[in-house]
Design a protein around this ligand. Structure first.
Ligand SMILES: C[S@@+](CC[C@H](N)C(=O)[O-])C[C@H]1O[C@@H](n2cnc3c(N)ncnc32)[C@H](O)[C@@H]1O
Length: 231
């Protein structure tokens, strides 16, 4: 992570050169950084027969949170632009018949059939046109289907619609700190999700950061439904 995400080149080659050298050890460090993934997936209410996609799936780590349900599911699509991380996903899932791994862009990938569940785990803040990735996920969901998102956040000035607040220093420091690794915190992200989907659940919290004792970074969990009738 010390090298940071390169600032030039296409998105796929930037991700490959950032994650390539750390792909084999990626999960170990992220266990203590990426909080709330199991909780988001529990709230996503994955059911028998569901067709699910994770967008920005990386090594496929999050599948471990519902691995005991895999055989009962319709299908799981793992989508990512980074080859070295997807190679780890393939090793992890060892050609499981219920899982397909796609080297594709979050903003344009399309499933073979509408999805019952789609989720983003700490990937939207790494996708510069995050609004296009959300729009694409919306289009790929079946009516009534659910989206789940867990990600870092920066509260809007004056606080979020739910009253979650952050001091001036935190609102400046965390976006600056994460930017080095291509993670772009955006106070509009949660608001856009709430605009696009019917809100089922929002949680806004803070978590610890490895090697930064005493500091806590804000993150959120969002569960939203694609409305059955366009409104
Ligand atoms: C912080 S990692 C999270 C990985 C995984 N979701 C997890 O929870 O462990 C962010 C992921 O988003 C992927 N990503 C970034 N931009 C992308 C894009 N435009 N399309 C698809 N995936 C993308 C990265 O390659 C990376 O695997």
């Amino acid at each position: 992570m010390a090298k940071g995400l390169p600032s030039s080149g296409g998105a796929a080659s930037q991700l490959d050169s950032f994650y390539g050298p750390q792909a084999e050890h990626y999960d170990r460090f992220r266990e203590r950084l990426l909080h709330g993934r199991a909780e988001m997936l529990k709230a996503l209410d994955i059911q028998v027969g569901h067709h699910i996609a994770e967008i920005g799936a990386g090594t496929g780590r999050t599948v471990e949170f519902y691995r005991d349900q895999l055989d009962t599911l319709g299908h799981v699509d793992l989508v990512d632009l980074c080859e070295p991380l997807l190679r780890q996903a393939k090793v992890r899932l060892n050609n499981h018949t219920k899982v397909s791994v796609h080297h594709a862009d979050a903003c344009t990938w399309q499933p073979a059939q509408p999805l019952d569940r789609v989720y983003f785990s700490y990937s939207l803040t790494m996708i510069p046109p995050w609004f296009a990735a959300i729009d694409n996920a919306y289009n790929n969901l079946a009516l009534g289907g659910l989206i789940g998102v867990v990600d870092f956040q920066v509260a809007p000035r004056g606080g979020s619609s739910r009253g979650f607040k952050q001091g001036k220093l935190g609102r400046f420091f965390w976006p600056f700190w994460f930017d080095h690794d291509g993670v772009r915190l955006n106070s509009d992200l949660l608001a856009y999700l709430q605009y696009r989907f019917e809100t089922v659940e929002v949680r806004e919290m803070r978590s610890s950061i490895p090697y930064m004792p005493g500091l806590q970074v804000p993150y959120f969990i969002f569960i939203g439904r694609k409305r059955s009738k366009e409104s």
